[in-house]
Design a protein around this ligand. Structure first.
Ligand SMILES: [Zn+2]
Length: 424
């Protein structure tokens, strides 16, 4: 057991191993700012100039329509001209962040659990009409041809990808849960939103070949009057953000990219996207919750291939650990209380777990649930074997004692018979 845990920690530790052959610029970083409205606020101005100050490009996800379906632009001509010139100089990259970022309230999952989305579950026609209108408005306003789509709530489906293909979008940036049906689209998902972890993540992977896509919103800053999506404890002041950006700009092994430049620098096809997806491995999804094993980075395909065997073994090990854990815990409990009570308790727990798994809506729920169900099956086996062995053990001492007495008695009888037999 201890050996397995040591092995597990060694596997986790693998992620920080140095790669001797890596190039000097190893960490590629993109700053993605969602929910950017064309509003002349001091905060918006600050965000734009903050990045310019350190010569780091920033990718702005703009929402081009308001909640009433009216094009939204409150920028004065001076600001609009500045924005356009910064776009030309590659200091700012523009991304389309939906149509008006409203939740379509189309529920999903077996128990109709709510998920937020502007596009998922909508028909192709509805999605096409919204995205094409949003693109046209943004393009003509800023004199650009926007090719990056950032779905609101990081939520989309196969129809969204079909629409993006037909409108000549080249890049989608969402999270790791999305659909990956399009072969034409380049997938560069966000990898982290935790600003306080950013410097330590960059340091940790400085000798690795990784991509970090840091997502933030204008609400991240304490200066923002809006508090959507962030607890106050998660927010930072502009001064703190300034010192982080300053630090990033000084690291020789970090290169800042726009999505467009990054997409031309290396391959971001659906194979790489799927290889990085934690959804195929229960071990990784749990490790990522604990911020372990390639957490907050997007790895190269060669890395994923190299570690495929380790990841499969880790997953297997995870099931073995579950089996052993449930086995020993149930055995221990069986000595403390009645087995019927344990069975009742465990059955109740499984029913709750199964309901919550079915209820858990996710675009890739089938794959995730297969792993979870496999783990549930393993746990059931562990508990049952645990309870059964206790039963056998309880009966055995008497049986063994009886058998021993019988053997001893028979032996004694034979010896007596031999002793009493007349000798010639
Ligand atoms: Zn958003």
């Amino acid at each position: 057991m201890i050996f397995q845990l040591v092995l597990l920690s060694t596997l986790i530790g693998h992620s920080t191993f140095k790669n001797e052959n890596s190039s000097p610029h190893n960490v590629k970083i993109v700053f993605r700012c969602d929910d950017f409205f064309l509003e002349p606020t001091p905060l918006n101005d600050k965000i734009i100039y903050e990045f310019k100050k350190y010569k780091i490009p920033v990718s702005l996800g703009i929402i081009p329509y308001d909640t009433f379906g009216v094009p939204f632009n409150n920028l004065d001509s001076k600001r609009l001209t500045t924005l356009k010139s910064m776009i030309k100089k590659n200091e700012i990259e523009i991304m389309l962040h939906g149509y008006n970022h409203l939740n379509n309230n189309l529920n999903g999952g077996y128990f109709q659990k709510e998920f937020k989305s502007e596009f998922r579950s909508e028909s192709f026609d509805i999605q096409f009409s919204k995205i094409s209108r949003a693109k046209k408005t943004l393009d003509s306003l800023l004199n650009i041809d926007v090719i990056i789509f950032v779905p609101p709530f990081d939520s989309y489906d196969d129809n969204t990808l079909k629409v993006l293909d037909s409108l000549n979008f080249k890049i989608i940036s969402s999270d790791m849960a999305g659909s990956s049906a399009s072969k034409k689209i380049v997938y560069i998902p966000k990898t982290t939103e935790e600003i306080e972890l950013l410097p330590s993540m960059i340091m940790k992977y400085r000798n690795d070949d990784v991509v970090i896509v840091f997502l933030f919103h204008p609400y991240l800053f304490k200066e923002s009057e809006n508090h959507i999506g962030y607890d106050y404890s998660q927010k930072i002041s502009f001064t703190e953000f300034d010192s982080i950006l300053s630090w990033v700009s000084k690291q020789s092994y970090v290169t800042s990219y726009t999505f467009t430049n990054l997409a031309t620098a290396e391959n971001f096809d659906c194979n790489r996207y799927n290889a990085n997806a934690a959804r195929y491995n229960l071990f990784i999804s749990i490790a990522h919750k604990l911020r372990l094993f390639r957490y907050a980075v997007y790895s190269s395909v060669s890395y994923e291939k190299q570690y495929k065997f380790i990841l499969i073994s880790a997953n297997l090990l995870f099931h073995i650990v579950t089996l052993l854990l449930t086995y020993y815990v149930s055995r221990f409990l069986a000595t403390k209380m009645k087995r019927q009570i344990i069975r009742l308790f465990v059955t109740g727990l499984f029913i709750i777990l199964i309901i919550s798994i079915i209820n858990y809506y996710h675009p890739m729920w089938m794959i995730i649930n297969i792993f979870l169900l496999m783990n549930l099956v393993v746990s059931i086996i562990g508990i049952n074997t645990g309870l059964k062995t206790v039963k056998v053990k309880r009966q055995n001492p008497i049986l063994i004692r009886n058998r021993e007495i019988m053997v001893f008695y028979r032996g004694l009888k034979r010896k007596m018979r031999l002793l009493l037999q007349p000798r010639f």
